[in-house]
Design a protein around this ligand. Structure first.
Ligand code: DQA
Length: 145
């Protein structure tokens, strides 16, 4: 079965308690469980990682080709700062979908630029945790196109 790597970036381990007016009440486990259910229906296998460390995310992306057919990534704050993660996505040879819970274009100016999205196949932003489920559909579409 095709495998997809789901990478959750910094502070997403705090979901459920963190700025619930923006990010909602669901925890990272809730999101991963919903993704697992969709993955069963779509007949793909998911592996989940959460990291608060830029270099670790660079390593995960850079090594993904061995085992994974696609990546779904929420780079969180690194979206707006990390040339290193952008370059890893561009280099890795694995189609990548960027997702955001909030609409990064409707918030502070510093969130309106994504350094990572141009290296991705596309981006889903602003649909709450559905952004992840839509991102999964998009990733499966990229694998099967
Ligand atoms: C986020 C948006 C980012 O700007 C922010 O730094 C996050 C979460 C989102 O999913 O909406 O940590 O990526």
């Amino acid at each position: 079965m095709d495998k997809i790597l789901v990478i959750h970036g910094p502070n997403l381990n705090l979901l459920g308690n963190r700025e619930v007016n923006i990010y909602g009440k669901e925890s990272l486990d809730d999101i991963n469980n919903k993704l697992k259910k969709s993955a069963q229906r779509l007949k793909v296998q998911l592996e989940f990682v959460q990291s608060n460390h830029e270099g670790e995310i660079v390593d995960l992306v850079g090594n993904a080709k061995k085992d994974f057919k696609a990546i779904i990534i929420n780079p969180a704050a690194y979206t707006h700062t990390s040339i290193a993660i952008r370059d890893a996505i561009a280099a890795c040879g694995v189609p990548t979908v960027e997702v955001h819970i909030s609409n990064i274009y409707g918030r502070e100016d510093f969130r309106k630029t994504s350094l990572t999205a141009p290296a991705c196949a596309g981006q889903v932003s602003g649909f709450g945790i559905n952004s992840y489920l839509l991102g999964l559909e998009a990733a499966v579409g990229l694998i099967r196109k």
